[in-house]
Structure formats: structure tokens, C-alpha cells
Design a protein around this ligand. Structure first.
Ligand SMILES: O=P(O)(O)OC[C@@]1(O)O[C@H](CO)[C@@H](O)[C@@H]1O
Ligand SMILES: [Mn+2]
Length: 424
């Protein structure tokens, strides 16, 4: 496959063409279920959806058309048809050109099919196709078919979220030494890492955490960290204090819900202890991989916490205050909802690469970001992170990721490649 994925690696891309792989089970089982859940949601909630739309009569036709197109998409996936060019609207022309270039490129070598093209292209394609189907409707352009799941997740987790925020507040009160500052930072990193297990695209829309267990889980899970560079990271953060006056942290976000709140806790800690002066949150520009955070999700969550969860009101107001003062900034960049891996970003989107390079530290959250850092290639597990990135390094960066896909690197040769307890 010689698309702009164009990697110099001799190793193959992950693909659903490998029976039994997580990519195969995702395309064969998980993705059709996700599409079915969207169709069911539209059928079961059609009255509410029609009431909320401007022109009810037209919307009924719209809804029927959308459901038909989603069903067709699912059927083409299940029968391994060729991925059709996306109908991308004029407001996304730039992304559209890149999308169809990928699909045309794929055609050069072989027609892009669900079970043979690179998993990254195929999986991103499904979410983009869902978005295009809504965006090309007349009355339901702005409908996020996953927002109800993301909102229900936050509401169902409010007890765990309140615990997490209270824990973060306590950490901030007890800073009496540099070692405390470090210990607490490391703890919040681990919390942000394990919150990544909360992933609606895996849990089929169900909240993962049982009330009251998440912080205990974080304690237990420490021994499951396979590659842990937190100590080197802290030494670098200390160096940043000496070398830079104006310090910026970039968080390339992943899932809404617990993971988003964990990332906000880490960011609040960094600002309130002057480890960084500004935190840039890179969110998704369109609904993505079921639970990935959009700007609307972040705003909805902060206002929900401020209004409806007394224990979180102060935290939410603090975050909203940081947004007003620009100490928190939210950025929507189209690149993060393209199928492109990160090693081609400097060529494909030099402005974004340059923006990322303004930060003193970048934290890439979650499995999909990790897959894009490694171009979704089936690298040997002993591959160094440096080689895995294939030259992508706009700024010093770390990946906080719980393993979902088989791709992995930096495992010492003394350790065997971890046997994945794939959540699927
Ligand atoms: O990016 P996240 O939210 O951590 O992981 C989500 C996800 O990318 O993990 C699976 C394997 O990569 C995908 O099929 C799935 O959607
Ligand atoms: Mn995600």
C-alpha cells in the first residue's frame, strides 16, 4: 500500500486481513455494532430528534435517508466492498482532498477494501463516513450521534469524577516539598493513563468504572505498566522550569468522560503549581471513535459539573476561569480526524506541526494517537520509540496509552511481547 502513509518501515500495516487480530475483530464485529447502535439510537429517539430540529417534516425524510445510508455503509463493510469516495462538504474541502487522495492512492495499488486496506484508513473512514452522512443531510447536519452516550457516561460517572477532583484538590493542598510536587505529578500522570481504559468504542457505550473503584484500581494497576519513563519525564519537566520562562504543555486528547476529567486534573495541577503557564487541549473537530472529545463535549461537561454537581463546582469554575484567561486553550485541528499517521504531518500540515513545536511538552493520549505515532505498523516490540516515530518530533513528547491494538514498541528484549488481553 503506497499511500501517503508512505512509511520507510519494512514491516506491514495492521490490517483486518489478518484473521484473529484485533484489527480483524474490530472490522468484523465491533465496527458493525457501533454502526448498529447509531441506527438504533436514531430509530428509538426519532420523536425527540424531530422535535429538536427546525423543520420537522423535512427532517423525517432526512432521518430516513440517514438511516438508509448508515445501513448501506454497514452492509458494504460486512461484505468487504470497496471504500467509496466520501461526499465531503465544501466546509471541509481541505480535509476532503486529503481523504480522497488517501482513497485514490490506495486504489493505485489495490482497490481499498474494508478487510484488506490498512486498519487505520478503514477505521477512520467509517467515522468520517458517519459524519459525512449527517453533514450532507439538510436538517440534521450538526447532530453528534455519540453525544448522548458521552453525556450519559459523565452523568453515570459523577461519583467517580467527584472523587477524582477531590483527590486532585487534596494533592494540591499537600505540597510541602519538591519531592511532593514530583510524586503528585507522577500520580496524576498514572490517573490520566488508566482513565484511558474508559473508551466507549470498546465498552459498547457502557461506563467502565464501578462507583468508587477507579482510584483504587489505579493503585492496583501500577504493576501493569509495561514501559514507564515517568522519572525521565519528571527530570525533563524540572529542566523546563530552568530553561523556559513561558512554558506550554500540549495535550492531544482522547476520550470524553473520566479520561477528559483526568486530563483536566493534570492540567489544573500543572497550572496551579506553575509547572506550565498554558495548556493547549487538542480536541476532535468532528464526532470521532464514539467517545473522543469534541469542543462541545468539553463545554457541556464543564457546565454540567458547574451547575449540577456541587462537589465539582469549584473545579469546573476553575477550569472555566483558566479558559477565560487563556491559560487553558482548546484547539480543533482537522488533522486529528484524518487517517494520516503523525510521521507525515510535517509534510501534510506544516502549520500544525509548527504549532505543536511551540509546546515544551506534548502528551498524546490513548490508543489511536499511539497507533498514529507508529503509523499503525506492526513493528517488532523491541523497536525503539525513536524509530517508531519515524522522525515525528515537533517537541519532546510522551504517549499515555493503555494497550488495545497490537502495535507496541520499546519493550526490552529481555521481556516478551505482552500477550494482549484484548478488551474486545
Ligand atoms: O484511542 P482510544 O480511545 O484509546 O482507543 C480506541 C480505539 O482506537 O482502540 C481500538 C484499538 O485501537 C480501536 O478500535 C478503538 O476505537
Ligand atoms: Mn478514543
Amino acid at each position: 500500500m503506497t499511500s501517503t502513509f508512505g512509511s520507510c518501515s519494512p514491516y506491514p500495516y495492521l490490517s483486518a486481513g489478518v484473521p484473529g487480530s484485533f484489527a480483524y475483530r474490530t472490522v468484523k464485529d465491533r465496527m458493525p455494532v457501533i454502526l448498529t447502535k447509531v441506527i438504533d439510537f436514531l430509530c428509538r429517539n426519532k420523536h425527540e430528534i424531530l422535535e429538536s430540529s427546525t423543520a420537522e417534516a423535512g427532517s423525517i425524510e432526512d432521518l430516513k435517508l440517514i438511516i438508509g445510508k448508515l445501513s448501506q455503509l454497514r452492509s458494504e463493510m460486512q461484505t468487504n466492498k470497496t471504500l467509496r469516495p466520501l461526499e465531503i462538504s465544501s466546509s471541509h474541502l481541505r480535509d476532503g482532498a486529503k481523504w480522497n487522495n488517501e482513497l485514490i492512492e490506495a486504489k493505485d495499488s489495490s482497490s481499498p477494501q474494508w478487510f484488506s486496506s490498512p486498519w487505520l484508513l478503514v477505521e477512520c473512514y467509517m467515522y468520517r463516513a458517519i459524519y459525512c452522512i449527517f453533514e450532507n443531510s439538510i436538517h440534521l447536519k450538526r447532530l453528534d450521534p455519540f453525544s448522548h452516550m458521552k453525556e450519559e457516561l459523565i452523568i453515570s460517572q459523577k461519583y467517580v469524577l467527584s472523587q477524582l477532583v477531590a483527590y486532585t484538590n487534596d494533592l494540591s493542598q499537600t505540597i510541602t516539598s519538591a519531592s511532593h510536587l514530583q510524586a503528585n505529578f507522577m500520580k496524576l500522570l498514572e490517573i490520566s493513563l488508566w482513565a484511558n481504559r474508559n473508551d466507549l468504542s470498546l465498552s459498547g457505550g457502557n461506563a467502565e468504572t464501578k462507583p468508587g473503584s477507579f482510584l483504587d484500581d489505579v493503585e492496583q494497576l501500577s504493576s501493569h505498566i509495561l514501559v514507564n519513563n515517568a522519572n525521565e519525564l519528571w527530570l525533563y519537566v524540572e529542566q523546563v522550569q530552568k530553561d523556559f520562562r513561558n512554558k506550554e504543555l500540549g495535550i492531544i486528547m482522547d476520550n470524553s468522560g473520566l479520561e477528559m476529567v483526568a486530563d483536566l486534573c493534570l492540567a489544573v495541577y500543572c497550572i496551579s503549581h506553575q509547572l506550565f503557564d498554558r495548556v493547549i487541549f487538542y480536541v476532535k473537530k468532528i464526532p470521532w471513535f464514539v467517545s473522543d472529545t469534541t469542543f462541545d463535549d468539553l463545554q457541556w461537561a464543564l457546565h454540567y459539573m458547574e451547575k449540577d454537581v456541587p462537589e465539582m463546582q469549584c473545579f469546573a469554575s476553575k477550569c472555566l476561569g483558566y479558559l477565560d484567561s487563556q491559560q487553558f486553550q482548546v484547539v480543533e485541528e482537522g488533522y486529528f480526524t484524518l487517517p494520516l499517521p503523525y510521521h507525515v504531518m510535517n509534510k501534510e500540515d506544516p502549520d500544525l506541526y509548527n504549532k505543536l513545536s511551540q509546546s515544551q511538552l506534548l502528551i498524546f493520549k490513548g490508543d489511536l494517537n499511539y497507533r498514529k505515532l507508529g503509523a499503525d505498523i506492526d513493528w517488532p516490540s523491541t523497536t525503539t520509540f525513536e524509530k517508531f516515530l519515524q522522525g515525528f518530533k515537533p517537541a519532546p513528547l510522551v504517549a499515555l496509552r493503555t494497550i488495545k491494538a497490537e502495535i507496541i514498541c520499546d519493550i526490552p528484549s529481555t521481556k516478551r511481547k505482552p500477550r494482549l488481553l484484548s478488551p474486545a
